[in-house]
Design a protein around this ligand. Structure first.
Ligand code: SF4
Length: 455
C-alpha cells in the first residue's frame, strides 16, 4: 500500500501571535491543495504539526512540553511530528541536536510551499528526504532557510469561521530591537504588492467577512514601489463589503502624521492603535534600539489624541530590561500616567537567545525587583483601563458581533467596538457578523455592558 496516499490526516496546533495564526491558515491552504485533510484530535492524525512562536519566554521549553504531551497522548500510536514556525528557524540546531526530542522534521516560516514534498519524504522514510544540509546532526529533514522575497502572495489562506480575517501585508523585520528574535526567526522585511492585498480583501468580502486586520511585524513600514501603508489602507477601504479595517503592529518610528490623519478621517479604519512603548525611559529605549525617545513617543500620542479624540491606545511594555534603574522605571510610570492606555501587555524582561541584548548585557535586574515593577504597572493599568471604559458609559457606539454565548438559559452576544473594546449585550437572536448600535450601561477594566438601541 502507498504510504504517501494513506497517511494524509493532519492535526495542526498554533502557538503565539496573529502572524502565526495567519501562517497556519496558509499551511492549511497549501496542504489541502495537496489533498491532505485536517482533523480535530491529535490521536486521529498521521502527521502532527506544531506552529511555534519564539518571541515569548521559554518557547523552547513549551514546545518540548507540547511534543512530549502529544507523544504521551498518542500512547505509542505512530504519528510524524513536525515543528513549524519561528522556533524551527531560530532554534534549528538545538532542535535537531536533541536526541531526546521525539520530532520527525522542522520547517521555518518561509518554507511552507515545500511542506507537501517534505511531509511526503518523511512519510516515505529515510533516504527519501530532501537535502538536509551539513549541519543536520540527527539526520532529520529540515527546511529553515529564510527568504528575502517570500510573501505567499498567490495563496489564499484556508480560514476558520469568524467575522475577522487576517491579511499579512508584509513579513519579517529590519529593526533589530535588541530584545527581539523576530528578525532572526522571520528574516528581513518584504511587502506584498498592493493589488494582491486588495484582491484578497475582495475575495474575503465575497466570502462574507466584514472586518480585515492588516498584519505585519512592523506593519506601518509597509512599502511596495510608490505605495506606502497609508495608501494601502485607502485602497483596502474602497473594497465594498469590508466595513472595518484594523492593523497590527505599528512601530512608533514609522507612525507618520499622514497615518494619524487616515485614522481620523477614514470611517472604515478603526480608531484603535496598538502602539508599543516598551519603556518610558529614553536611555533604555536607546539600548533597546527602538529609535524613538520618551518625548517623541508622547508627542505622537498627543497628536493622535488631538486629531482623533476617541482613539483607543493599547501598548506593550517590558520592565526590568538590563541596567534599568528605579529612576528609569519611574519614567515608564510617568508615561503610563500621561497616556492612560486603554490596555497594556506588560512583560518581565528575559533574554532571548542570539539577540543583541542577550549577547551584550547581563540580565541584572533582580527577579524580586521585576516582580515589584510589574505589580506596580499592572495596578496602574487596571485603574486606567477602568477609567477609560467608564468614560464610555452613556455613549452610543456600533459593535460587530463576534460570539453568541448561552449560559444557564441566558443568551448574550459579545462584539467589539470601533476602539476594539469587548462589549456584551443581551442576545435578541443576533447573528455573528451583525452590526448593532448599543448604549454602554456599565464598565469593568476588561469589558463594557450595553443595551441595543432599536433601529
Ligand atoms: S519592531 Fe522590534 S519588537 Fe517588533 S518585530 Fe521588529 S525587532 Fe521585534
Amino acid at each position: 500500500m502507498n504510504k504517501e496516499v494513506t497517511l494524509n490526516k493532519i492535526f495542526l496546533r498554533t502557538f503565539g501571535c496573529q502572524m502565526n495564526e495567519y501562517d497556519s491558515e496558509l499551511v492549511r491552504s497549501i496542504l489541502e491543495a495537496a489533498r491532505y485533510v485536517f482533523v480535530d484530535q491529535e490521536t486521529e492524525a498521521d502527521i502532527i504539526l506544531l506552529n511555534t512562536c519564539a518571541v515569548r519566554e521559554n518557547a523552547n521549553r513549551k514546545v518540548h512540553g507540547a511534543v512530549h504531551a502529544i507523544r504521551h497522548k498518542l500512547n505509542g500510536k505512530p504519528a510524524f511530528i513536525g515543528v513549524l514556525g519561528c522556533i524551527a528557524s531560530h532554534l534549528k540546531e538545538e532542535l535537531l541536536r536533541d536526541r531526546n526530542f521525539p520530532i520527525d522534521f522542522i520547517a521555518g516560516p518561509d518554507s511552507y510551499r515545500q511542506l507537501p514534498e517534505l511531509i511526503k519524504s518523511v512519510v516515505a522514510g529515510p533516504g527519501a528526504c530532501p537535502d538536509t544540509g551539513d549541519d543536520d546532526k540527527k539526520g532529520q529533514p529540515h527546511l529553515v532557510d529564510l527568504s528575502d522575497f517570500e510573501t505567499y502572495e498567490d495563496i489564499y489562506p484556508s480560514r476558520q469561521e469568524g467575522v475577522n480575517a487576517w491579511i499579512a501585508v508584509m513579513r519579517g523585520c529590519n529593526n533589530f530591537c535588541s530584545f527581539c528574535v523576530v528578525p532572526y526567526a522571520r528574516g528581513r522585511e518584504r511587502s506584498r504588492a498592493p493589488g494582491g492585498v486588495v484582491a484578497e480583501a475582495r475575495h474575503l468580502s465575497a466570502d462574507g467577512y466584514k472586518q480585515v486586520t492588516l498584519l505585519g511585524q512592523n506593519v506601518n513600514s509597509y512599502h511596495f514601489g510608490q505605495t506606502d501603508f497609508c495608501d494601502l489602507l485607502g485602497m483596502v477601504s474602497e473594497v465594498d463589503g469590508i466595513e472595518r479595517i484594523r492593523f497590527t503592529s505599528p512601530h512608533p518610528k514609522d507612525t507618520s502624521n499622514t497615518l494619524i490623519e487616515v485614522m481620523a478621517i477614514n470611517p472604515k479604519v478603526c480608531k484603535h492603535i496598538h502602539f508599543p512603548l516598551q519603556s518610558g525611559n529614553s536611555r533604555i529605549l536607546q539600548i533597546m534600539n527602538r529609535s524613538y525617545t520618551k518625548e517623541r513617543y508622547l508627542e505622537i500620542v498627543d497628536h493622535m489624541r488631538a486629531q482623533c479624540p476617541d482613539i483607543a491606545i493599547t501598548t506593550d511594555i517590558i520592565i526590568g530590561f538590563p541596567t534599568e534603574t528605579d529612576e528609569e522605571f519611574e519614567d515608564t510610570v510617568e508615561v503610563m500616567k500621561k497616556v492612560e492606555f486603554d490596555s497594556a501587555f506588560i512583560f518581565k524582561y528575559s533574554p532571548r537567545k542570539g539577540t543583541l541584548a542577550e549577547k551584550k548585557y547581563l540580565d541584572d535586574v533582580p527577579e524580586e525587583k521585576k516582580t515589584e515593577r510589574i505589580v506596580t504597572l499592572n495596578k496602574i493599568q487596571m485603574d486606567h483601563s477602568l477609567k477609560r471604559n467608564e468614560a464610555m458609559i452613556g455613549q452610543t457606539v456600533p459593535i460587530l458581533i463576534e460570539r453568541i454565548k448561552k449560559e444557564e438559559g441566558v443568551s448574550t452576544a459579545a462584539g467589539r467596538s470601533d476602539g476594539n473594546k469587548l462589549v456584551v449585550v443581551p442576545d435578541q437572536n443576533y447573528q455573528i457578523g451583525d452590526f448593532l448600535t448599543v448604549t454602554v450601561m456599565s464598565a469593568s477594566p476588561h469589558l463594557l455592558r450595553a443595551e441595543a438601541i432599536d433601529e
